[in-house]
Ligand binder design. Structure first.
Ligand SMILES: Cc1ncc(COP(=O)(O)O)c(C=O)c1O
Length: 386
């Protein structure tokens, strides 16, 4: 990798993270323990939820949430087409069916009208993905859930912190799952959290995340604990470690500073790309406060002599890392073939997919790096304009 390569993402690391991790390593308590508990409590107060449970990933969190609502073989769960495979694969764990529906053109979020069209008597849940930390149309989704008696498990992998009409993401649906994967707005390498106000969901997730044994089992190695435990279900091992919690505690303290840094980068990109003429910029509605996890742009491919993939290659040759969020689910062989999906049913996703590029946005990216990204992109579109 070239020295001046601008990565798509780089986590913000300061002495806070390093000192907290060193402290944990020296303490000898490396797996789930007091720091995980502290992180859960601080996270829970930050979100304003009743319960927050830390686990090994978003995927683990959402698997547990679906298990806790009693998802069964043959049930259906509605998910958006533009998301990471994890959103749908967890439904498959239950031999239930992920019903993949199209998104809205402006937000790339699940379209409530598409949800409504796909509700059947087997629909048990919807998993709205707040794309790039842009909250979905939750009022519409809540209305449909009430009328049709299904649960809402929010995919907030990108949405820490974000607000919908003044309400924190994590306090709206039946359960909300967050990701602390290294590229996310709060990074612990790997990790996830389930936030819920529902005591039954919280209690079931708490048991199932640790082998189906009682929730304080980790305490059995402390002076407060006892060697005795009982297994009440065949659970999973989805432990969050105190080493991860150390990173989480340090990052949580500066979460809002990191969010405003992302907002500044978003605004800088917008002003430096505003006159490009061959790009469509992503916009937020006034009633949301996004996390600014992604910076997506749509290329005017009709006005260009090269494809989106070639633009990505050109940027790469200039030492600029980018990504595509996401390859729509129905384009992956597994989903397409298993559920016999037809591209024609996804006109909005098919418009977005060949045009989209996500640019580097992370606290710590310098003004000169932002200049290089925007000058690079502007020069490519100038050079390959039809
Ligand atoms: C929208 C979305 N949902 C879920 C996930 C899965 O998160 P994790 O890697 O923590 O399981 C990701 C990860 O990239 C994601 O982007």
């Amino acid at each position: 990798m070239k020295n001046d390569y601008i990565p798509f993402h780089k986590p913000l690391v300061t002495d806070d993270e390093i000192n907290e991790v060193v402290d944990t390593i020296k303490s000898g308590w490396w797996t789930t323990g007091p720091k995980t508990l502290k992180f859960e409590n601080e996270f829970n107060s930050f979100i304003g939820s009743k319960f927050s449970l830390a686990v090994s990933s978003w995927t683990a969190a959402a698997h547990l949430a679906l298990e806790a609502i009693g998802l069964q073989t043959g049930d259906e769960v509605i998910v958006p087409s533009i998301t990471f495979t994890a959103t749908a694969e967890i439904v498959c764990y239950f031999k239930a069916k992920p019903v993949i529906v199209d998104v809205q053109e402006d937000s790339f979020n699940i379209d409530p009208e598409e949800i409504e069209k796909h509700i059947t008597n087997k629909t048990r849940a919807v998993i709205p993905v707040h794309y790039g930390g842009n909250p979905c149309d939750m009022d519409e989704i809540l209305k449909l859930a009430r009328l049709n008696n299904f649960k809402i498990i929010e995919d907030a992998a990108h949405s820490l912190p974000a607000k919908y009409k003044g309400r924190m993401i994590g306090t709206i649906g039946d359960a909300t799952c967050f990701s602390f994967y290294v590229t996310k707005t709060l990074a612990t390498g790997e990790g996830g959290m389930i936030s819920t106000d529902d005591e039954e969901i919280a209690s079931r997730c708490s048991i199932m995340r640790l082998h189906g044994i009682n929730s304080d089992a980790w305490k059995r190695y402390t002076s407060e604990g006892s060697w005795y435990y009982e297994v009440v279900a065949p659970g999973f091992k989805y432990n969050f470690t105190d080493i991860q919690a150390s990173l989480g505690l340090a990052q949580l303290k500066k979460l809002e500073i990191m969010q405003s840094a992302r907002k500044n980068i978003f605004n800088k990109y917008n002003s430096l790309l505003a006159d490009n003429g061959l790009l469509k910029l992503y916009k937020y509605k006034d009633d949301v406060e996004p996390s600014y996890h992604l910076y997506p742009i749509l290329l005017d491919i009709e006005g260009l002599k090269i494809t989106r993939s070639q633009v990505i290659d050109e940027l790469k040759n200039m030492g600029i890392g980018t990504s595509v969020h996401f390859i729509p689910l129905y384009r992956h062989p597994y989903y397409r073939e298993t559920y016999n999906l037809d591209i024609k049913n996804y006109p909005v996703s098919e418009y977005i997919y060949p045009r989209i590029i996500t640019l580097p946005i992370w606290p710590g990216i310098s003004d000169s790096q932002i200049d290089r990204v925007t000058e690079g992109l502007n020069s490519i579109t100038r050079k390959f304009k039809k």
